[in-house]
Design a protein around this ligand. Structure first.
Ligand code: C5P
Length: 232
């Protein structure tokens, strides 16, 4: 899997995302489309951005019964996305069904990664709301192993977990890490952050970067800086 910077295009509508992408005249960054843009603009937005030559990570975090996930993944695969995801909490069977649905007739499929525990869930919420009493890092690694067993390609995790995920699941198991900030930038609402350079050193395969690029005065320069620091 190639190392790359994925821009989180957290925009509310098509006009805003397209005018942002228009800034990139020389390169075609890998972009992440999340629920807000997908639900607001519809599946057409995926096709349009794809036609402009961008790779797409469709971040919809599916979690349902195996049959529903299988059929929905077949639809997403038909949109020709390059990467998509689901919640590992949906069980190994659901993840296996997702792979089946995602696999095209010619045997190809988008990269499929799992969300383990959301970073918004802490130990207390996990124990009280979900009745999971194990330490959260153990739960995260267990979910990552389940994802690997089901045949998924990797997980979304904090850059601080990437090294451990690789040691538990193998170095080819992909780690996609948000929470990236420049050393001289604002951290905003992210709590545990790393610079692109640090993320590279600890072995992240893809970094997902939103506001440090989308909110920069010169987004193209910020993207190039990110690529330079992370990919080299
Ligand atoms: O703007 P920022 O760089 O914080 O954007 C990070 C992106 O990664 C957002 O789209 C956010 O929803 C996503 N994300 C995250 N933390 C997770 C999972 C996803 O920040 N644990």
């Amino acid at each position: 899997m190639g190392k790359d910077v994925i821009i989180a295009c957290d925009f509310p509508n098509k006009e805003k995302v397209m005018s942002f992408l228009d800034l990139f005249t020389e390169e075609k960054p890998f972009v992440k489309i999340g629920m807000e843009l997908f639900y607001g603009a519809g599946p057409e937005i995926v096709k349009e951005i794809k036609q402009r030559g961008h790779k797409i990570f469709l971040d919809l975090k599916l979690h349902d019964i195996p049959n529903t996930v299988k059929k929905s993944m077949a639809v997403l695969s038909g949109l020709d996305v390059d990467m998509t995801n689901l919640h590992a909490a949906g069980t190994v069977r659901m993840m296996e069904a997702a792979i089946e649905g995602l696999t095209r007739e010619d045997g190809t499929r988008p990269i499929l990664i799992a969300v383990t525990q959301l970073t918004s869930t802490d130990q207390e919420a996990m124990e009280n709301d979900l009745l999971i009493k194990e330490p959260i890092d153990k739960v995260v690694m267990h979910y990552a192993e389940n994802a690997r067993k089901a045949g998924l390609d990797g997980v979304v995790c904090s850059p601080l977990e990437a090294e451990k995920v690789h040691s538990v699941c193998g170095k080819d198991f992909v780690t996609v890490t948000p929470g990236v900030r420049f050393a001289d930038g604002d951290i905003g609402d992210q709590k545990r952050v790393m610079t692109p350079e640090q993320a590279k050193l600890i072995g992240s395969d893809y970094i997902v970067v939103g506001r440090p690029i989308t909110g920069a005065e010169d987004p193209v320069a910020a993207y190039r800086r990110c690529v330079k620091e992370f990919v080299g």
